[in-house]
Design a protein around this ligand. Sequence first.
Ligand code: SF4
Length: 208
Amino acid sequence: MLVARILYPVKTLGPGSRIGLWLCGCSHKCSGCSNPELWERQEKYRISVEDLLKLIHSVSDNNPVDGFTITGGDPMEQPEELALLLPELRRISRDILVYTGYTLEELKRMRSDCIDNVLENTAVLIDGKYIKERNNGCPLRGSDNQRVICIDEGFRSVYEEYMRRGNEIQNFTSGNSVISVGIHSPDYQEQLELRLSEKNLLKGNENE
Ligand code: SF4
């Protein structure tokens, strides 16, 4: 499968300390998307599900993993691989949050066994395209047309409590880059570039 980034501990995209996976490839091309570098399916990011699981276990065997957040790109554009991956992730944590640009209804209309399997193994789905005019600070979502769907009702209360905290941003460093993880306001990139240029630090930053 095509996985551009793996980060841990991600605390700003779901409850607890999570492993975040950024899958590569997205056909929606939403205006204002904060990850346009992940639209193209880039072969350099290919990794087998088996090797990805080894990487994940190298983290989860030695650290607490409360859940997984799978985003991108659109994870639902790699349903065969996700259908293999998610049952294995559930052995570590059943709290699997998946972001997709498709609505749940669109996914069901695709009548794909793989997508059905992915949905069965997903605890919470955040669905729908990003609409920048509707980015108004709603928790966990880039825009308020998107829905937080508790496919596994057992996670409803923990997610409701988490969302009451509001959105936070978490920065990871990678080489000379800063990877900023969380739900960003529409002017986040401009504000970031302004602050970095004031400090002569503009080169080598990424916005997630
Ligand atoms: S679905 Fe997500 S990753 Fe794809 S273009 Fe829209 S905001 Fe970006």
